[in-house]
Design a protein around this ligand. Structure first.
Ligand code: 8Y7
Length: 271
């Protein structure tokens, strides 16, 4: 991974993740209507068992989400998100791997950190009012993801003149905002946000040029698993995109991605 070999360690709560090599992050969806049909439908016992199986399968991190961000998904209230999330976080305390929480809501961020989360994965890149402050006083890692528009409308007509340039420019602005809020650089990850306000062509171009995304050694996270761009390339339905997902994960890793956010942990590790 030449483009990332000079990358520094990532501070991730009580964990320090190595500055080289590729890590696998397992997706744990607590919702019923997740994008890829893998939602655990708000059953905390099943969710915890599922999360533990992902760790056994070799997950280096877990990413737990209680609100679907699929195109057109209905927003969930803070109370409902916490009701789904907190019992699972409590049950996974001491599980041995860092837990990331997929949320953009400052109140959920604070509660998740108080319940042991080591990373915040924010599809809005800390743009919600109060989000920067919610994470500033902790030592959690933060994934800053690019999205054009919002999930209710983002796939309607995404337009860019140079998609890589615009994504990088946005992320650079978010890194500056985080730094201004007192968040150390070694806590930050960048993510182009595959599928978030992008056409298939935009996504493929971002994957092709992924090496150019990283700025000054900040690690990159890539989430391609089972996404519709893979359906467009392979003509497979969501449940038949494992091979495509693994191929895409490998391409991302070769182009310097440090963390691969995936559904199929064992298969991705083997590959
Ligand atoms: C991503 C993500 C989703 C991604 C990051 C899905 C929450 C859609 N995709 N977070 N979340 N990056 N950082 O298909 O690509 O998993 S939801």
């Amino acid at each position: 991974m030449p483009s990332q070999s000079s990358a520094a360690m990532l501070q991730c709560g009580g964990f320090r993740l190595p500055g080289a090599g590729t890590l696998v992050m397992a997706i744990v969806n607590l919702t019923a209507d997740s994008f890829s049909g893998d939602g655990l439908a708000g059953d905390p016992v099943r969710a915890v068992a599922y999360a533990r199986r992902q760790i056994e399968a070799g997950a280096d991190l877990l990413d737990i989400g209680a609100e679907s961000s699929r195109p057109g998904a209905v927003p969930v209230s803070v109370d409902e998100e916490l009701r789904l999330l907190l019992p699972v976080l409590d049950a996974l305390a001491g599980c041995g791997v860092p837990i990331s929480v997929d949320t953009y809501k400052p109140r959920v961020m604070r509660a998740a950190l108080a319940h042991g989360a080591s990373m915040i994965n924010d599809i809005y890149a800390l743009r919600m009012p109060g989000a920067l402050a919610a994470v500033a006083d902790s030592d959690c890692a933060i994934c800053l993801m690019h999205m054009q528009g919002d999930p209710s409308s983002m796939q309607k007509n995404p337009v860019y003149s140079d998609v890589l340039d615009e994504v990088r420019c946005f992320l650079r602005e978010r890194v500056a905002a985080a730094s201004e809020a007192g968040i150390a650089r070694e806590r930050l990850l960048l993510d182009p946000g595959f599928g978030f306000g992008k056409t298939v062509q935009h996504n493929l171009e971002l994957l092709r040029r992924l090496e150019q995304l990283s700025m000054e050694g900040l690690p990159v996270l890539a989430g391609l698993s089972r996404k519709s761009m893979l359906g467009a390339v392979t003509a497979r339905s969501v449940e038949d995109r494992v091979a495509g997902s693994i191929a895409a994960a490998l391409l991302a890793a070769q182009r310097g991605a440090r963390i691969l956010r995936v559904h199929d942990v064992a298969q991705t590790r083997d590959a």
